[in-house]
Write a protein that binds this ligand. Sequence first.
Ligand code: COA
Length: 255
Amino acid sequence: MYNNIISENRGVVQIITINREQKLNALNVELIQEIGQEVARLNIEESVRGIIITGKGEKAFAAGADISEFANFGEDEAKKMSAKGGKVFCQIEESTIPIIAAVNGYALGGGCELTMACHVRIASQNAIFGQPEVNLGLPPGYGGTQRLAQIVGRGRALDMLITAKSIDADTALHYGLVTQVVALDELLSTCINYVEKLTSKSPLAIAEVIKCTNALYENKDGLQFEIDSFAKSFQTTDFKEGTTAFLEKRKPNYS
Ligand code: COA
């Protein structure tokens, strides 16, 4: 179905694997569009409770945008590439199904940017993060300057961006770029377990949490957005089930 990714269903979990191991899972234009198509499809179907994005093999999540593809681009092509790819990264960020980046090695340039568009990042001990674009005579083009500063703060972001330095998994944890570091052979099971735990929570409430949190970065009145979202939730079956279950001293059952 896809040329560059593998999408595998495991019940409530969908695993999207970037499948260009020989090229350290470098992100070409088609690959990014394929991730976008798959995320869109899963958001319409609403049968999964979490999406995991990871890289094939043991060495890389994704070692960046595919340099061989854009090396001869001019300004117009570069603008199209950045805008089109950036749209997919926003789509990932706006997915109302949580997306977890299972970072299994190099996450450089576009690879690091892809992890940052995801809602949660869990890394293996061999993960390496960095935005090395200045080595290539470029700034990042898939939202790296914006999201890195949002996640780790302006000071640490600028330090990483202007020096092109890479950081290891423990430093990423210290920076708040990832929330957990585990052994490589436990990475996928940890992420699957993370998603499975979400099945005891209201999917509608999770979707609202994502929308409200994103509102902070979208030039919206986030507090008003949250008031409206909170109020709207009182009409949902999830709210009825959650509050009734609490009062009846049982676990809620969200469909
Ligand atoms: N774009 C295109 N191809 C890439 C790539 C990228 N971002 N990153 C790695 N590759 C390819 C290499 O060209 C090589 O292909 P080949 O075997 O056909 O020559 C293959 O993946 C393996 O990479 P290699 O460099 O041999 O592995 P390494 O272990 O020696 O080094 C890295 C690993 C990650 C340090 C190195 O590949 C690298 O610096 N990659 C580019 C990182 C980057 O600048 N990313 C930002 C891009 S905007």
